[in-house]
Ligand binder design. Structure first.
Ligand SMILES: [Zn+2]
Length: 481
């Protein structure tokens, strides 16, 4: 077969293409020109192009981290090594109701917004100013942003201990519309967290409607992931159903010892609900979650590892149980004394997590906390862990199915139309990895060790990572809806 001659800048030669759609890997070359993929197929000919031998390696679409708290770190530390080292080429910020733009703090940063950054990092008075700051910083990965419902509440309500009044709803709606016009992907909510506890379904339905009309999405950190999980899921469904806003259940899990073994029940309910409204979910491949230290989560049953504590930094890396014992306190009392701080909660059952991760509608989101001094290892390892540990070693799912979750499924669900596949005409976000060696290296003891096996990462057609180090200019963009 005579292959016709191409105009291209780079040809990735001799790799195994996993295109992101879930179909079987196939031997093919991939040609890039400018910021786009121009051809995929065997024996491509492109005179003058830079040839890169990728034989023995997989060429996949760049991974999309659908659940991040990278709102500010993408500007303050734009190399984004925790993400690009895993093959992530796009991060979605503003999750769990917590988004940074428009927020200012005069003294300390209120919880849970302190998960995002330090006081001086909150410096954007409009969504447009935030977008421009990302464009000016040019992070090493692309950034797309959600608007946080808790952020809107803090900005628009006189008293966050009650539902929004009609006038306050209108104010929130105006800010949301402004951000959507500037390219925000949609709305996130986190009624699990104090700034949004008092919100009612009507308040959220109105915002979800605005998002649906604009073609955006709605992501939800539900009210209760423990014993009250079914009611909490139904609340999220009720918010999105009238407007048919595409709902994404964030970091789905059955948390708490008494709740273990219920993934079949929650996934069954999700499947049933999908018959009347669009629902997707994301998860991270670990049995521990991580958030701020909260006494109400210290139930004495799940193990809790303290990651940081402002009043007691010396306790980082110790379990709450051992701290409580040393202090002669209950775990809840010790948690109170350690606040503000962050912790990892070993609150999920492995079998539940595996069932959720394998669900065909489940994407991968790291939920990494980039501002933690001693972060949960998911920040540096979530994606290679799915590929190396769960797909290759444990055979929980095929490598192709795992890549689909991280790429086309994420791009389609969040409306990133020109990303998520290895196909001509799409943007050249590509991750080249060794299927035999890819693995996470970050652990609870050593949480910031970069993953192994990610050979090359391209962002918008430019080489951005090569054999363990950032390479070349940073070429990430702000991605509009
Ligand atoms: Zn969350």
């Amino acid at each position: 077969m005579a292959s016709h001659t191409l105009t291209a800048d780079i040809v990735l030669r001799g790799g195994l293409v996993i295109d992101g759609d879930g179909g079987p890997a196939r031997a093919a070359d991939v040609a890039l020109a400018g910021d786009a993929i121009v051809a995929v197929g065997p024996g491509l000919t492109a005179p003058g192009a830079r040839e890169i031998d990728v034989s023995g390696l997989v060429v996949a679409p760049g991974f999309i981290d659908v659940h991040t708290h990278d709102d500010l770190i993408c500007i303050t530390q734009p190399d984004m090594v925790a993400k690009i080292s895993q093959g992530v080429t796009t991060v979605i910020t503003g999750n769990c109701g917590i988004s940074a733009p428009l927020l200012r703090f005069s003294e300390t940063v209120d919880e849970p917004f302190n998960l995002l950054g330090a006081r001086e990092d909150f410096a954007y008075d409009t969504f447009a100013a935030y977008r421009r700051a990302i464009e000016a910083a040019a992070p090493r990965v692309n950034v797309a942003a959600l608007v946080g419902h808790s952020t809107l509440r803090v900005l628009c309500l006189d008293d966050i201990e009650r539902p929004a009044s009609p006038a306050e709803r209108e104010k929130m709606d105006a800010l949301l519309r402004d951000a959507l016009a500037e390219g925000a992907l949609g709305l996130s909510s986190g009624v699990f967290y104090a700034p949004a506890w008092a919100a009612d379904v009507e308040e959220l339905q109105a915002l979800a409607k605005t998002v649906a009309e604009a073609g955006g999405v709605y992501t939800a950190h539900i009210r209760d992931e423990r014993e009250g999980i079914i009611e909490a899921l139904k609340e999220a469904f009720a918010v999105a159903e009238p407007s048919q806003a595409p709902l994404i259940l964030s970091h789905h899990k059955c948390a708490g010892v008494r709740n273990w073994g219920r993934a079949a029940e929650t996934l069954g309910l999700i499947d049933q609900t999908r018959q009347r409204q669009p629902v997707h979910l994301d998860c991270y491949p670990y049995t521990a979650g991580s958030t701020i230290i909260r006494p109400d989560l210290a139930d004495g049953e799940v193990e809790i590892l303290v990651n940081w504590s402002e009043p007691h930094p010396e306790m980082a890396g110790r379990t709450l149980a051992s701290i409580a014992e040393a202090w002669g306190l209950t775990q809840a009392q010790a948690a109170e004394r350690l606040m503000p701080g962050g912790a990892s909660y070993f609150q999920m059952a492995e079998d539940d997590m595996r069932a959720i991760l394998s669900h065909p509608c489940c994407m991968v989101g790291s939920d990494g906390l980039p501002h933690d001094k001693r972060p949960h290892p998911r920040l540096w390892g979530a994606f290679p862990r799915v590929l190396g540990h769960y797909a290759r070693d444990q055979k929980l799912l095929s490598l192709e199915a795992a890549v689909r979750k991280m790429t086309s499924l994420a791009a389609d669900t969040f409306g990133l139309k020109d990303r998520g596949r290895v196909a001509p005409g799409l943007k050249a976000d590509l991750t080249v990895f060794d299927p035999d060696t890819i693995i996470d290296e970050s652990t609870y003891e050593n949480p910031t060790r970069p993953a192994s096996g990610v050979a090359l990462v391209f962002v918008n057609g430019a080489l951005a990572w090569r054999d363990g180090a950032p390479e070349g200019e940073r070429t990430g963009r702000f991605l509009r809806r």
